[in-house]
Ligand binder design. Sequence first.
Ligand code: SF4
Ligand code: MG
Length: 333
Amino acid sequence: AKNLIEVEHVKKYFPIHKGLLNRVVGNVKAVDDVSITIREGETFGLVGESGCGKSTLGRVILRLQNATAGAVKFNGRDIHSMGSKELNKMREEMQIIFQDPFGSLNPRFLVKDIIGEPLKVHTKMSSSEIEKRVIELMELVGLDASRRNRYPHEFSGGQRQRIGIARAIALNPKFIVADEAVSALDVSVQSQVINLLMKLQREMGLTFLFIAHGLNVVRHISDRVGVMYLGKMVEVGETEALYANPLHPYTAALLSAIPKPSPTKKRNRIVLQGDVPSPANPPSGCRFHPRCPFAQEKCSQVEPALTEVLPGRQVACHFPIGVEGGSDLNSLK
Ligand code: SF4
Ligand code: MG
């Protein structure tokens, strides 16, 4: 498949102001030189602990925030160099679903007006045409359309997420960023919403960037997964290959944190030590080195670049796990 999204050397820095003169004394490097591609029709899962920059990257990809540097191409065109008119047109193709359907749905609006709003803003449809489309959309996402004249608080958490999804697909977009879209839901409701997204993807040919903090949530839905740490992309790979053989010690640590049904294999697990350092003052060299059980001298001195070390497998590590000359999980005590 062709690339729908091309993220090229994107940086997003937030200045830190200090003192009476409000001088800039530094930058929080929320996203620091990230390049990825998302293929048409695929789901790219993006994971990492909170504060690693994954939500910021999602917002920069949609240009809900401007990049500090770099380019984001949608169908080959850089959305960060578009004027507002062109960008507005582009917005119909790109949508976002948020974590908190309560916070993102206006509580004083009827559900039909929430779902119909993008149609009102971006099309010339009459109100009866909009209502007809809203009924269609509600049925498409598994909601009882006879409840369209109700308010969001009359719906459960999972149903509110379906309202957010109906609204996001109203304009037939090509690309959707789901930012922790299922993180607040119970596990059983989570899988219902994930199955709905996968059904819509098949039926509408959607492309997803699916953001979550844990690797377990993204596994079922993602074709490929990217792992972020402190503003950097540290590993990208096909989902099953990445779960079976993580190359980056941080990916291995995230996988170690997933509870297994029968915890017989206790060894070969990486337990993360310490907290995530501040992105305002990241560690030198490899940003993961203070927490990495495999760190060597080079790691604190030289920053590793994201490199393809196996077909379809990229990693930013001087000593990737299971690769010749790299790290060995069995050496852990
Ligand atoms: Fe660990 Fe070194 Fe690899 Fe960083 S570069 S993840 S410190 S082995
Ligand atoms: Mg977030």
